[in-house]
Ligand binder design. Structure first.
Ligand code: DX5
Ligand code: ZN
Length: 230
């Protein structure tokens, strides 16, 4: 397995286009276009039909992207039983695996398996989960993903209460003294990106705002301009 390409948090604002909203007929072209336009990571949403009422991509999609793009593959597992899938996604080339704290498997065991496979670790919280659950896990984490919509579908509106979730997670990261990315996912566009960044985000996932735009390259640049580095 190749070492993870995901760097540690470094004060840069990273933009991660989500291929959930890409035109899958032209996936390669879409990925190359956002890569050339300055995307930092590629976000891959994995849904199992149990944790969320939708289905999306499996390890074969990650494997198809691996080696074709230089972007780190940021894999978001919206699955009930992540332990079943971690090894397959690691072997497929995931650079970061994010699991949900609300999933059924033991989170400490899940994170230790991800680390053992040489992949960066992430934990995500839904909009109604108390961020305090993250505090005891901070030593094991490379990234925390705050959902700013209820997971399952692209194209939803950013929930305004996400700002206070992001602020609370930023405080937990600061208290940990560790370099942990704070990624925000759901309803991010050039209008909401500054709200997320001023609340403490340093990584932004954007699906429909980029891939459903008439000009995805321009849309990505507009999000980046709206959210300059901190
Ligand atoms: C939603 C996914 C998101 C989704 C975001 O469950 O986790 O990553 O692609 O899509 P937009 O940016 O359209 O809200
Ligand atoms: Zn996602």
């Amino acid at each position: 397995m190749t070492p993870s390409k995901m760097p540690a948090a470094n004060g840069k604002i990273c933009v991660a286009p989500s291929i959930l909203s890409a035109d899958l007929w032209r996936l390669g072209e879409e990925v190359k276009a956002v890569e050339q336009a300055g995307a930092d990571w590629l976000h891959v949403d994995v849904m199992d039909g149990h944790f969320v009422p939708n289905l999306s991509f499996g390890p074969s999609v990650v494997s198809s992207l691996n080696g074709k793009t230089d972007l780190p593959l940021d894999v978001h597992l919206m699955v009930e039983k992540p332990l079943l899938f971690i090894e397959s996604f690691a072997r497929a080339g995931a650079d970061l695996l994010t699991v949900h704290i609300e999933a059924k498997d033991d989170v400490a065991e899940t994170l230790s398996q991800i680390k053992r496979l040489g992949v960066k670790t992430g934990v995500s919280i839904k909009p109604d989960t108390d961020p305090e659950v993250l505090r005891p896990l901070a030593d094991e984490l490379d990234l925390i993903l705050v959902m700013s919509v209820y997971p399952g579908f692209g194209g939803q509106a950013f929930l305004p209460e996400s700002e206070s979730q992001i602020k609370r997670v930023r405080e937990i990261i600061q208290a940990s003294g560790r370099k942990i990315w704070l990624e925000v996912d759901g309803g991010i566009n050039a209008q909401t990106a500054p709200l997320a960044v001023s609340a403490g985000a340093d990584a932004l996932v954007a699906g429909s705002a980029i891939f459903k735009a008439a000009d995805p390259v321009l849309a990505l640049k507009q999000i980046r301009q709206a959210a300059p580095d901190i």
